[in-house]
Design a protein around this ligand. Structure first.
Ligand code: ADP
Length: 607
């Protein structure tokens, strides 16, 4: 692990200043108030009365201030009263045997006073300040000598340590690792590069969907290169006041240069790096910060040993100036892992978990197409939690499969009650999907169907397994997918002659596929190879905007409807031809609530 180094929050002088300020305020405002409070003001008549009653201890007549200060017999309380023209006062006091006019109210010597009000507090606070600052520095150093106090940029600082993240811990992103290992080599051996006159890229941009291991790669790079690693998120640069962000950038680069060779990692760089041409989202502070970043990246010479790494999942939105050679001139794509990658990631994360011997990672990887590294890490952890819940010492295949279902569909709803009728409809719906899929592909298309309600709101679902990684999809395969999606609704219509709301998710997916076929894949004869839609953020759920005219748009809509409708009819026909099997399979599912892929194919092929 790279040890994070926490910086001491403020310089020690700062504490002393605050302490002195507090003391001044205390002495000038609070002390007089307290002193005042200790002396009780009374009427002159009360003074006379107390004198007569023999309750007065000592008296000080203060002619200059026109006041009399006196104490009670026990000399515990001090009183004050205004002077009144009273010729008999001295006589009266004398007769009563009260000492007067002397210095009664014991004033501490000025020296002692000064010591108590100024020197003592300063000493106490200085001592406290010293203890606190010592503690802070100790924590910052993590007990070691490698303390890297990082100024005001707010970056988290890591120092190299033996058990840090290494490239081996990041699986399934071999291409990215290859790109980065060159940088490791450079940081180890800069001379070799200088000899040839090769320049290292100043900046490397890691691009990919969330959770694919970009941060991990950056840390692994620092771990491999054994150099300090500064990590900061782009959003931390964006401040309320214009100029502060730029200041932070300056500070970051200053520190980095001092600590070279080192790696600076800016996560979510799109927070500051957004294209300046975008008037809608323009913002003075962000632009200044970006300009500063651009200047700083230009400002340090080649081969200084500082490598800037940045990560983003919205490369489209970045300012072109940031991407030009000399700045982030190398782009490393970190994509969602493929089948083999998923298997490797599962194995990496399984290393720290006690797994049963018979766990087949390949099956799990096939069950989780589209899962990111972070999802897979989560699946392993959910499985481990499930094993603990069941008081077992190791994680089984079943735990893993169940945890995929949890990640996809949520927990099993404990008290969900489905009426008999609903349960029957859901059985037919789910078998409808599977049956259409099976008769199109002639192989086991499913891993499992269940009709146990889940917390995500799914009443039942079909877990599909990909036999192998798909890179290309033919038009025919896409159409088959749409037919499979419409199979649920078709089964309801065929058997119950009525339709339910259960198909909404299928409708959404089927429409998306049909829409993409027409607008992006050029799979409709009327439009040919024309792009009718642009995808804005390829990694962020793929929001897209139409590039077609309103007139063409209307035609697109019509074409999409036709595609889905055609596939629905195909699915309906398949189910109609196999109504017996549909009844048989749905009956089985209704009774057992779960059916595996093998059981499904057995019933289907058992003519
Ligand atoms: P990103 O920065 O791309 O959003 P992270 O690097 O923060 O993603 O990854 C989050 C977590 O997901 C990591 O801590 C790790 O547990 C897991 N993870 C992601 N990708 C991988 C991978 N390729 N290999 C191993 N673990 C991964």
């Amino acid at each position: 692990m790279l040890n994070e180094v926490k910086k001491p929050k403020k310089p020690v002088v700062y504490y002393y200043l605050i302490v002195i300020l507090i003391i001044i305020l205390f002495n000038s405002l609070v002390m007089p108030y307290i002193a005042e409070r200790q002396i009780k003001e009374v009427e002159y008549s009360q003074f006379l009365e107390m004198t007569d009653n023999g309750e007065v201890g000592k008296v000080e007549i203060n002619e200059q201030e026109n006041s009399i200060i006196f104490t009670d017999k026990a000399e515990e309380n001090i009183y004050k009263t205004g002077m009144v023209e009273d010729a008999e006062l001295s006589m009266r006091l004398y007769e009563a045997g009260i000492p007067f006019s002397g210095q009664i109210v014991e004033q501490a010597s000025p020296f002692l006073n000064f010591m108590l009000t100024w020197i003592m507090p300063i000493l106490i606070f200085t001592l406290l300040g010293r203890i606190i600052s010592k503690k802070l520095v100790e924590t910052a150093a993590g007990g070691g000598k490698n303390a890297l106090a990082f100024g005001e940029s707010g970056a988290k600082t890591y120092v190299p340590s033996e058990e840090g993240i290494r490239f081996n811990d990041v699986a399934g992103v071999d291409e990215a690792k290859e790109s980065l290992s060159e940088i490791v080599d450079y940081l180890h051996n800069p001379v070799r590069y200088k000899q040839v006159g090769a320049k290292m890229p100043k900046g490397v941009l890691l691009v990919g969907p969330p959770g694919t291991g970009k941060t991990m790669l950056a840390k692994a790079l620092a771990g491999e290169a054994k150099v300090p690693f500064f990590s900061i998120s782009g959003s931390e640069f964006v401040q309320m006041f214009v100029g502060l962000g730029a200041h932070k950038v300056r500070d970051l680069f200053k520190q980095a240069k001092e600590k070279a060779p080192c790696i600076v990692f800016i996560d979510e760089i799109d927070a500051i790096g957004q294209s300046r041409g975008n008037k809608l989202a323009s913002n003075d502070e962000r632009e200044q910060t970006l300009n500063q970043l651009l200047t700083e990246m230009d400002g340090f010479e080649d081969n200084t040993g500082v490598v800037i790494l940045a990560a983003t999942n919205r490369p489209e939105s970045l300012d072109p100036a940031l991407l030009r050679p000399g700045r982030f001139d190398r782009r490393v794509n970190v994509e969602l892992p493929d089948l083999k990658g998923r298997e490797e990631i599962l194995k990496v994360h399984a290393k720290n978990v006690s797994m049963a011997d018979d766990v087949d990672y390949n099956v799990i990887a096939r069950m989780s197409p589209g899962a990111s590294g972070a999802d897979l890490a989560n699946i392993i952890n959910e499985a481990a939690l499930r094993a603990v819940r069941d008081n077992r010492l190791s994680v089984t295949q079943e735990d893993l499969e169940e945890s995929i279902e949890i990640v996809i569909a949520g927990q099993v709803k404990k008290n969900a009650i489905m009426s008999e009728k609903e349960k029957r409809i859901v059985s037919y719906h789910e078998v409808g999907h599977a049956l259409v899929a099976a008769s199109q592909s002639h192989s086991a298309p499913i891993q499992k169907i269940t009709i146990v309600p889940r917390t995500s709101g799914a009443l039942g679902y079909t877990l599909q397994v990909e036999e192998q990684e798909r890179n290309l999809m033919s038009k025919n395969e896409l159409e088959n997918q749409i037919a499979t999606l419409t199979g649920g609704r078709a089964a309801e219509a065929l058997i119950f002659n009525s339709i339910t709301t259960g198909a909404s998710n299928d409708i959404e997916k089927a429409t998306d596929i049909a829409h993409a076929m027409v607008t992006r894949y050029g799979m409709h004869e009327d439009f040919g190879m024309v792009q009718l839609e642009k995808q804005d953020y390829q990694y962020m759920g793929g929001a897209s905007s139409s590039t077609a005219s309103a007139e063409t748009q209307a035609k697109v809509d019509k074409a999409v409807i036709e595609i889905v409708q055609e596939q629905y009819e195909k699915a309906y026909q398949i189910l109609k031809d196999n109504t017996d099997k549909l009844h048989e399979l749905a009956g089985y599912l209704y009774d057992k609530e779960t059916i595996s892929g093998e059981e499904f194919m057995e019933i289907l092929e058992n003519k």
